[in-house]
Design a protein around this ligand. Structure first.
Ligand code: RUB
Length: 356
C-alpha cells in the first residue's frame, strides 16, 4: 500500500468522519448538500469537477477545502504522469473557487513547493509525501486545539455555535469548533449546544446537528435571529465558532451571521471564542478589512432548494462571510494554546512558538 492509502486506512480505522479521501486514482467526497437526508459519496476524477464541487458547496468548510487543495493537486500530478505544468494549472483553477478561507490557498502553495523537482515519478512521490504531511498535521491540530479549547468549557455550559465547524469541515475528528465541543463532552463535561441554522445553506441545521447527533452531544437548533433573545434570557454561557481566516490583528472572517452573534455576546457579557489553527492565521493580512469576502449568487437567498421563496424580481445580497473585530473576541483557540489580547503581539509570538 502507498503512504497515502495507509493514511486513508488509518483515518477510517479511527472512525473519523472524512469529508474527502483518495481512493484508487480518484477522490471521494461526502456530498454535504445532501446531508442529513442522505449520506451520498461522489466520485471525482478530474480537477475541474473538484473545482465545481467546491464552488457549489458539495464540499465546504475551510479545513476541508484546504484538504481539497492538497489532494486536488496530487490528483493532477497522478493523472498527468507528474507534469508540473498540469499541477500549476490545477492550482490556478482551485485557488479561484473560494477566496475567503485562507487554508485553500496556503495548502495549494505548500503543494506547489513540493512540485518544484523534476517532472515524472519523483514529482508524484514528492506531492504524495507533502499531502500526507498536510493531512496528518491537520488532524493532529484538531486533537490539540480541542484539548486547549475544552479546558475553557465548564461543566454545565450551554454553548452557541454558528454554521458548521466540525469533522466534515475539517479532517474528521471535529474540525475546529466541534473539536472543542467534542473534547469537552468526551471529558465528561455536561454541555448543551445551541446550533444556529445558518441561512441560506443551513449548514448549522443540516450538518452541525447531524454531527452532534452522531457524537451523542445534546443540542437544540435555533434560527439565526434567535441568539440575541436567548443570550438576553441567560440561556447561553459561551459562543464557540470556527474561522475561515484570522487577520494578523486578530480580526475574524467567518460565516455571515458570526458578527451578529458576537454583538449579542458583547451586549450580554457572554465570552466569544473562535477555534482555529495557526495555519488559518494570515500574517500577510493586517486586518479584517483586507480580507476578501466572497459574494455568492443572490438566487441562493431568494430561493431554497431551487424553490423561489420571494416574489419574482426581488433583489437580494449574499456576502457569504462577515468580519468580527478582534475587540469582540475573548480568545483564539489554536493547537498551540488559547491566544488572548493584545492579538497583534500575541499572534506573532504564537507564530514562533512550538506546539505545547
Ligand atoms: C463555512 C464556515 C465555517 C468555517 C469555519 O463556510 O464559515 O464556519 O469554515 O469552520 P462555508 P472551520 O459553508 O461557506 O464553506 O474553522 O472548522 O473550517
Amino acid at each position: 500500500m502507498s503512504q497515502l492509502q495507509d493514511l486513508v486506512q488509518d483515518f477510517k480505522d479511527r472512525g473519523l468522519l472524512l469529508p474527502v479521501w483518495f481512493e484508487g486514482r480518484s477522490l471521494k467526497l461526502m456530498d454535504q448538500i445532501k446531508l442529513p437526508l442522505s449520506e451520498e459519496i461522489c466520485r471525482v476524477d478530474r480537477v475541474s469537477d473538484l473545482a465545481m464541487a467546491i464552488k457549489n458547496m458539495t464540499i465546504r468548510g475551510s479545513g476541508a477545502i484546504g484538504t481539497c487543495g492538497a489532494w486536488g493537486l496530487y490528483l493532477a500530478a497522478v493523472q498527468s504522469g507528474g507534469k508540473k505544468e498540469v499541477v500549476q494549472e490545477a492550482a490556478k483553477l482551485l485557488k479561484q473557487t473560494r477566496p475567503t478561507a485562507v487554508n485553500l490557498s496556503k495548502t495549494i502553495d505548500e503543494m506547489l513547493g513540493a512540485a518544484s523537482g523534476s517532472d515524472g515519478v519523483s514529482l508524484i512521490d514528492n506531492m504524495e509525501n507533502k499531502s500526507v504531511e498536510i493531512l496528518s498535521r491537520q488532524l493532529e491540530f484538531e486533537y490539540r486545539l480541542g484539548e486547549h479549547g475544552a479546558a475553557l468549557i465548564e461543566d454545565g455550559d450551554r454553548i452557541l455555535t454558528h454554521c458548521h465547524s466540525g469533522a466534515l469541515a475539517g479532517s474528521g475528528y471535529g474540525g475546529r469548533a466541534l473539536s472543542v465541543i467534542r473534547k469537552a463532552h468526551e471529558k465528561g463535561k455536561r454541555i448543551h449546544v445551541f446550533t444556529s441554522e445558518t441561512r441560506p445553506y443551513l449548514q448549522g441545521a443540516r450538518i452541525t446537528a447531524y454531527e452532534l447527533k452522531r457524537f451523542g452531544i445534546p443540542h437544540t437548533l435555533l434560527t439565526d435571529g434567535m441568539s440575541g433573545y436567548c443570550m438576553s434570557q441567560g440561556m447561553i454561557d459561551k459562543v464557540v465558532v470556527g474561522s475561515d481566516r484570522v487577520a494578523s490583528n486578530g480580526d475574524l472572517a467567518n460565516k455571515v451571521g458570526t458578527y451578529m452573534h458576537a454583538l449579542g455576546a458583547r451586549e450580554h457579557g457572554v465570552p466569544f471564542y473562535t477555534a482555529t489553527s495557526s495555519h488559518t492565521i494570515d500574517f500577510d493580512c493586517p486586518s479584517g478589512q483586507d480580507i476578501e469576502v466572497e459574494y455568492r449568487d443572490s438566487r441562493e437567498v431568494t430561493s431554497f432548494l431551487s424553490i423561489r421563496t420571494s416574489p419574482k424580481g426581488t433583489k437580494a445580497l449574499y456576502p457569504s462571510f462577515d468580519i468580527t473585530p478582534h475587540s469582540m473576541i475573548s480568545g483564539i483557540i489554536t493547537e498551540k494554546g488559547v491566544i488572548k489580547a493584545p492579538y497583534s503581539t500575541n499572534l506573532q509570538k504564537l507564530n514562533h512558538a512550538s506546539v505545547s
